[in-house]
Design a protein around this ligand. Structure first.
Ligand code: AMP
Ligand code: MG
Length: 430
């Protein structure tokens, strides 16, 4: 199936947002799968989860102290403490059996169950035990002392008691579809007895680099050759962002080899990324091969860096041709490919958040293209400031390594002086 008519060099110029929408609208979330909660970190929930158990599962103490009847200690003060008899001692993990009656108290530790009868936990700080505690190592313990409690302050009924289900009620929907499961989410899911969840699979992304001049890392360089760095950079970035990346190797600029490599890789992947060969150079085969292999389009985007791009579907699988310049390949990945991969992985929001910062270094430009300037974002006197990380050429990878953000300069904006407001994005960390 040939689509040569669509391969006219730079025939189409899309805006930044049109081009990223093209990718996002060309992909769908993957079919959800069940997954053990213990192994679901980093995935996105495909359905709302209901609590199997309550959290906390029983009424328990929020403090180290004494379980008492609030009415007993209402009038307590430092000058006129109320005396109670300690009849039980409950560390966390023990069941509360003894009912506490008027005139009695139970020693409780944080997390211990609330004994029957108790409606108030008096923190140890408001009892004679606070002093005892401090002296504990110095004075021999009289068992009778351990029973004699003096409370020096009253509190309303219910104080320092965590009620069963107050955090999550049993059976309640507590985590929504689209939630990205992180450490705290795993903690909560496991706390309420959810052992398995339905999640979107991680897209499996194949990465291959193309270019006759490229040499795999570690091999000697002949004159005119350069190292294939994009593939390794992209694979690491993908894995660090939670995708399942598959190294499809390096293909020299030979149409047949490239075609074979893609054919054999496609069944095992959800998304194909190629690097290099999408521009208008004589040897830019990649673009032609991708366009010939499926419903794939080559187009130019009014962005800097990363003007030439290729996107479409081969055998129903989305494919994206990144430009070969090392900086362009990473910027185009972040701005155009990552939103699509996030959609496939089930994230409800796939575009990067943007915020205002103040520019600290001048930006010289003509305008006409949306530019993603690599910047280091930091705070100065409580405000975000953005400093250019150095020369912004599309081959200058060092300015990318120093950047933690992009300053996004719109098409219709020309040169900017320090002090100008700029819209910025974080570079999502691996
Ligand atoms: P291309 O997009 O193939 O025209 O390549 C543009 C520039 O990026 C050329 O200078 C290439 O040598 C360089 N380049 C292409 N692919 C890679 C790669 N995988 N790693 C590092 N540089 C590359
Ligand atoms: Mg090339």
């Amino acid at each position: 199936m040939g689509h040569r008519q669509q391969v006219l060099p730079m025939a189409k110029f899309l805006s930044w947002t049109e081009a990223r929408e093209k990718v996002v609208s060309g992909v769908s979330p993957l079919t959800p799968i069940p997954r053990k909660t213990l192994e679901a970190g980093g995935f996105v929930l495909a359905e709302t989860v209901n609590a199997v158990e309550a959290m906390p599962p029983f009424d328990n103490s929020a403090m180290d102290g004494f379980g008492v009847l609030a009415s007993d200690v209402k009038a307590a003060s430092v000058s006129q403490p109320i005396q109670l008899e300690v009849v039980d001692n409950l560390p966390a993990g023990k069941d509360a059996r003894v009912t506490i009656r008027s005139g009695q108290a139970a020693r409780v530790m944080t997390g211990a169950p609330i004994p029957p009868g108790v409606d108030l936990i008096v923190p140890v700080e408001h009892t004679n035990f606070w002093i005892e505690e401090e002296r504990r190592s110095r004075i021999p313990k009289d068992p009778e002392d351990a029973k004699r409690l003096f409370v020096s302050q009253g509190f309303p009924s219910g104080t320092h008691i965590r009620k069963a289900g107050e955090s999550v009620a049993k059976g309640s929907p507590f985590m929504e579809a689209g939630h990205h499961i992180q450490g705290a989410s795993l903690g909560l899911l496991l706390s309420v007895g959810v052992d398995s969840v339905s999640v979107y699979p991680r897209p499996r992304v194949g990465v291959l680099s193309t270019g006759d001049e490229l040499v795999p890392p570690g091999e000697p360089l002949a004159p005119g050759q350069i190292r294939d760095s994009n593939r390794i950079a992209l694979l690491h970035r993908l894995r660090g962002l939670g995708f399942d990346a598959c190294d499809l190797g390096l293909v020299h600029d030979k149409a047949a080899t490239l075609r074979e490599r893609i054919e054999s890789a496609l069944p095992d992947i959800d998304f194909l990324i190629t690097s290099g060969g999408v521009s208008v150079g004589d040897k830019d085969f990649t673009r032609q091969v991708l366009c010939d292999m499926g419903e794939v389009e080559a187009y130019a985007v009014r962005v800097k860096p990363g003007k030439p791009q290729v996107f479409g579907h081969i055998q129903g699988k989305p494919v994206f041709g990144l430009p070969g310049n090392p900086v362009s390949s990473l910027v185009v990945f972040d701005q155009f490919v990552l939103p699509g991969l996030k959609k496939m992985a089930g994230y409800p929001h796939y575009y990067p958040l943007q915020f205002q910062a103040t520019l600290r270094s001048p930006i010289k430009r003509k305008g006409g293209r949306t530019e993603f300037v690599r910047v280091h974002l930091e705070t100065h006197e409580g405000q975000w400031v953005a400093k250019s990380t150095g020369p912004q050429g599309s081959g200058v990878l060092s300015s990318m390594t120093k950047a933690n953000g992009y300053a996004m300069i719109p098409e219709d904006v020309g040169s900017l002086e320090p002090g100008s407001p700029v819209t910025c994005q974080w570079i999502e960390r691996e």
